[in-house]
Design a protein around this ligand. Structure first.
Ligand code: EPZ
Length: 432
């Protein structure tokens, strides 16, 4: 088991390269199975959720070759309609994208119920609504989702999602992309990773229009070819570094970003007093300067282009030492404040009532032993530790490594003092 030992109180300065978007990669990798030739995918983040997804597609018969530090080749020509292993799919949320891929390719699929961060119910009724509309019967039995079309293939449909679910939008696109005729999906998610998936599939020869808007129209095609594609940069990784420099003070330059994707984040941090500048020599960079104690603000998480729910925990961590009280409303997930109890160990003054947290800014946090309970919670503890006085030991870093490539190394490159220790797995005995 690993833990991070963070000595806080040091400003961050310098350049950091932002990697490929996790939530785009875990959708694009399974989508590559639908091609009839190999695909080369660049800017793939080396994170555990991607590793698990690559293991899943290998189990289905795909050949995966690492041809560069962040470049992979996926050869789908040996792929069969088999079920990925139960335990592997449970390790991640995105494993259920195999349902959309196999329904699209074969008209049937059996995949175990997904895992993913414990941040709420994480229902899949919108996925099932879309699959039903496309002609597949879906039932859940013995921990597996069984989906199949009696006709052996899906037909087009006009689907109106009850809410703009990212996962359901991805899964329905995957299921519909080869269905003969026009499928229309309304009230879809508009996140940049949805657009990235559509662009990837269109590069393979699909006909998907409207990604990034409220309505996506898909004209089914007979086959998808291979392609070379580069994944968009991760807006949440970039936002996490913005939170970090807000908590510590300093000036950092984020390299390899798409500034447009960050506007929903930078606008909020400008309210907190962080300044942002372009780099005249690099259009793919943004400079963040945090010279003063952050100012209080209010946050309400919403589907893109609203403030991202994945930024909620790390922003709250930065607000712990803001001047004044801030209100944080989490409208997407039911249980995304579990990290607050750990921040309180560091002296944070936060009251949570249901899906709202009130953060009373304190002058400084103090380092303490804390434990991550999910991916973005872990990142929030890191943000708090970087700005805190003293030493913080963070356990549960396996969560952090699901979504951040070389997080301690990148922060170290900005001047942070982080040691990565291997400690024996200690079973915490149930007491009391
Ligand atoms: C994706 O999760 C991301 N994960 C999450 O990122 C992200 O927080 C979330 O989208 C919102 O942006 C991946 O892309 C792998 P949803 P997903 O379907 O697809 C409810 C991270 O930290 N809902 O948009 O599961 C659901 O319960 C992770 O990187 C239904 O009710 O999110 C939730 O309350 C965490 N029925 C809300 O909608 C459904 O059929 C949003 O879920 C589907 C969803």
């Amino acid at each position: 088991m690993l833990k991070y030992v963070v000595t806080g109180g040091r400003q961050l300065h310098g350049d950091v390269a932002i990697g490929g978007a996790k939530n785009a990669a875990v959708a694009i990798i399974p989508a590559a199975l639908m091609a009839s030739e190999p695909c080369v995918i660049e800017n793939v983040p080396r994170i555990n959720d991607v590793t698990v997804m690559l293991e899943i597609i290998r189990e289905l018969g795909a050949k995966v070759r690492l041809i560069g530090k962040n470049t992979i080749e996926i050869d789908p020509r040996g792929v069969k309609n088999v079920s990925p292993s139960y335990e592997l799919v449970r390790k991640t949320r995105a494993g259920y994208y195999i349902l959309g891929v196999q329904l699209g390719m074969y008209g049937s699929s059996i995949v175990s119920m997904p895992g993913g961060c414990d941040i709420g119910v994480r229902a899949i009724d919108q996925h099932i609504k879309g699959f039903n509309a496309l002609g597949a019967e879906v039932k859940v039995e013995s921990g597996f989702i069984h989906a199949a079309s009696a006709a052996g293939k899906l037909h087009p449909a006009h689907i109106y999602l009850d809410q703009p679910s990212v996962g359901a939008t991805v899964n329905i696109i995957l299921a519909a992309v080869l269905a003969e005729g026009q499928t229309i999906i309304e009230n879809v998610a508009k996140e940049p990773h949805i657009v990235d998936l559509a662009n990837f599939l269109n590069t393979m020869g699909a006909n998907i229009r409207g990604a990034g808007t409220d309505v996506i129209k898909i004209q089914g095609v007979k086959r998808l070819g291979g392609c070379t594609y580069s994944i968009i940069p991760d807006q949440i990784e970039a936002g996490t570094f913005i939170s970090a420099v807000t908590a510590t003070g300093g000036e950092i330059t984020l390299r390899g970003v798409i500034p447009k994707h960050l506007e929903c984040i930078t606008a909020k941090f400008q309210e907190m007093g962080v300044e942002f500048f372009d780099d005249p020599n690099d259009p793919d960079a943004i400079v963040c300067r945090a010279e003063h104690r952050p100012m209080r603000t209010n946050i309400k998480t919403l589907p893109y282009p609203g403030f991202p729910t994945d930024m909620q925990a790390v922003t709250t961590a930065a607000l712990c030492t803001a001047s004044g009280a801030s209100m944080v409303s989490e409208t997407i997930f039911e249980n995304r404040f579990r990290y607050v109890e750990e921040l309180k160990r560091m002296g944070a003054q936060i009251q949570v009532e249901g899906k709202v947290a009130v953060v009373e800014g304190v002058d400084r946090l103090t380092g303490a032993p804390v434990r991550a309970c999910d991916l973005r919670a872990g990142a929030a503890l890191m943000v708090a530790a970087l700005g805190a006085d003293g030493v913080t030991e963070i356990e549960g870093v396996n969560f952090i490594e699901r979504g951040y490539e070389d997080f301690p190394g990148k922060l170290g490159g900005l001047g942070a003092n982080i040691k990565v220790l291997t400690v024996p797995d200690v079973e915490t005995a149930e007491v009391g």
